[in-house]
Design a protein around this ligand. Structure first.
Ligand SMILES: Cc1ncc(COP(=O)(O)O)c(C=O)c1O
Length: 486
């Protein structure tokens, strides 16, 4: 076969449509289904288990031949009803954002551009810089602060922890690792597991992260923190890092960030804030005062995909000292040399600020989302969610069969069904069954946790579609299911 013959095998790219009209019909069919899904998002079930027959089709052999576009479109549409359910107003599990139809616009454009946002001079880099600049403004960070749009708070935390580690060891750790340095960090016993994972991943080990006790509201006890720091110093440790939480995953508690910032200053610690969802409450003038001190952080990790409702996935890391941030990650081999006024320009490149070289154009959906809605609308939805959680707390308190297990300080209400004569073990079994049954019923989807060792039904409200009546529907359904179970 000649070179020309080889080219003739595929007049267009091998992987491009051979029939663009058919391709357009397929895309429009999926687009219509996507819009219809968003339009009817409050109807129907919250979560539906993946049917056995569909699961079976997802265990087929590796395709070696191509599939007709019409058939493929149908197969994609067949998957759409079986997501997590977090777009539905009665999805109350874990901490999930609800997304918006507006994200479709940006995601279509980003997909068509297929831009690699690790570096180089193109519009993706400029859009991401704009987003980071808006975040600096939102959290009152200085102009010299740096940041990245990342997959989520877990990744943001790894980047912040690595920067803090390298600053503490004068960047020698980039070459030599931590060697015999006994770096010690602090967070509360209510902190998210991503902090311990970050300590593990940057070579400090999870034992080096001390878990400080909390007050009854779930906030880190500053005096206990000071005592632990003194103890670690006395035994030859090198305290270097303090992580406060703006919105704990169990109860939504916000540490006294201003007090923690002061301790960090006194003790020369890097002050990090995990604000995965809670930091976004800064957009609500009523709730923002609870975050007082957040702008003093050396680093902040938070998500756009949670309480800001950008579609998954999108988080952010902000680092006050942009130079230190760059010094902790920059590593340009010859083939990534930057410079000039052409494509290799665009300094600095995002790859200088994090572990990923190839990165998608996540920033576009964040940029478009903030432009479409603005922070005021987002803040209003957040404040409404907090009022709904408080409403649920009051309903629980007024009900003789339910017991609230933690204060409702933000957007989370933890409670359980209780009855005289049942042991803790029996209560746990019953409440665990209640959660399973209500999820299977499709009416609502709370999740579970433990509060002071007691098993709890955990209702988290981070959803701009939730109405007050949705929390009432939840309690009524729990009551009905409880009667069936008992
Ligand atoms: C307080 C807190 N920190 C960190 C995370 C992890 O965030 P992500 O899932 O975006 O990595 C979560 C997730 O729910 C969280 O609630």
């Amino acid at each position: 076969m000649t070179d020309t013959d080889l080219d003739q095998q595929s007049p267009l790219g091998d992987l491009d449509p051979q029939d663009w009209a058919a391709y357009s019909r397929a895309v429009n069919r999926v687009l219509d289904a996507a819009i219809e899904k968003f339009q009817s998002v409050s109807d129907g079930r919250v979560w539906t288990p993946v049917p056995d027959a569909l699961q079976a089709t997802l265990q087929s052999p590796l395709p070696t031949d191509s599939l007709d576009l019409k058939a493929l479109t149908q197969q994609i549409l067949d998957l759409m009803p079986y997501g997590v359910g977090n777009t539905h107003p009665r999805f109350f599990g874990w901490v999930h954002g609800a997304g918006t139809p507006g994200n479709l616009l940006a995601e279509i454009a980003a997909s068509a551009m297929n831009a690699n946002c690790g570096g180089r001079d193109h519009v993706g880099i400029h859009v991401e810089r704009q987003v980071i600049d808006w975040c600096r403004t939102l959290f009152d960070f200085p102009k010299t602060a740096s940041g990245l749009v990342v997959s989520g708070t877990s990744m943001a935390t790894i980047i912040a922890t690595k920067t803090a580690r390298d600053v503490a060891l004068d960047f020698a750790s980039r070459k030599h690792g931590v060697r015999e340095a006994r770096l010690v960090g602090y967070t509360s016993d209510q902190a998210h597991a991503c902090l311990a994972r970050a300590f593990d991943m940057v070579g400090l080990g999870t034992d080096a992260l001390r878990k400080i006790a909390c007050d009854p509201e779930g906030r880190m006890d500053p005096e206990a923190l000071r005592r632990q720091i003194a103890k670690d110093r006395a035994s030859g440790g090198h305290p270097f890092f303090l992580a406060g939480t703006a919105g704990t995953v169990n109860t939504g508690a916000i540490d006294d960030l201003a007090a923690l910032a002061e301790i960090a200053r006194d003790e020369a610690l890097w002050f990090h804030v995990d604000g995965a969802f809670g930091a976004c409450a800064i957009t609500s003038p009523d709730i923002a005062p609870k975050l007082d001190g957040i702008s003093q952080a050396d680093s902040l990790a938070f998500d756009f995909h949670k309480w800001m409702h950008v579609n998954y996935d999108a988080g952010c890391v902000l680092i006050r000292d942009g130079q230190a941030h760059r010094k902790a990650f920059a590593n340009r081999p010859d083939y990534l040399a930057a410079g000039g006024t052409a494509l290799a320009g665009g300094e600095p490149w995002p790859v200088d600020y994090g572990p990923e070289l190839s990165r998608g154009f996540r920033a576009l959906k964040v940029w478009a989302h903030l432009k479409e809605h603005g922070t005021e609308t987002i803040g209003r939805a957040i404040a409404r969610n907090c009022a709904q959680a408080a409403h649920l707390g009051r309903l629980v308190d007024a009900h003789p069969a339910f017991e609230r297990l933690a204060p409702v300080g933000l957007n989370i209400c933890c409670f359980r069904y209780t009855a005289p004569g049942l042991s803790e073990q029996e209560l746990e079994a019953l409440n665990s069954q209640l959660i399973e049954q209500i999820q299977l019923s499709g009416i609502a989807a709370p999740s579970s946790t433990r509060i002071d060792g007691r098993f709890a039904i955990r209702v988290n409200i981070t959803n701009h579609r939730t109405k007050f009546e949705d929390v009432e529907i939840l309690l009524e359904a729990l009551e009905r299911l409880r009667a069936d179970l008992v």
